[in-house]
Design a protein around this ligand. Structure first.
Ligand code: ZN
Length: 83
């Protein structure tokens, strides 16, 4: 899924587990807390609030980075675990 943040287009990759659409979400309760969650199976990244950040933009962008990295490495990680 593509979305625009600060005038830049950012891509959030499909869910590595079910292929569903993932979205950036803001926590309903905590300030400056974002995460990426699969709309279909509900799996999500850790909350950005749990990690140290310099700015709210960084806190918001990090879950996207984390999510996209996980979808890239997912297959590799599974293969190495089976060895
Ligand atoms: Zn999913």
């Amino acid at each position: 899924m593509r979305m625009v943040l600060d005038g830049r287009e950012v891509e959030i990759k499909p869910c590595p587990f079910c292929g569903g659409e993932a979205r950036l979400k803001k926590h309903h309760k905590f300030k400056q807390t974002w995460y990426v969650q699969c709309h279909d199976c509900g799996i999500r990244t850790p909350y950005s609030q749990q990690l140290p950040f310099q700015s709210w933009k960084e806190a918001r962008n990090y879950p996207i980075h984390l999510w996209n990295r996980r979808t890239n490495k997912n297959r590799v990680a599974q293969e190495s675990e089976e060895v």
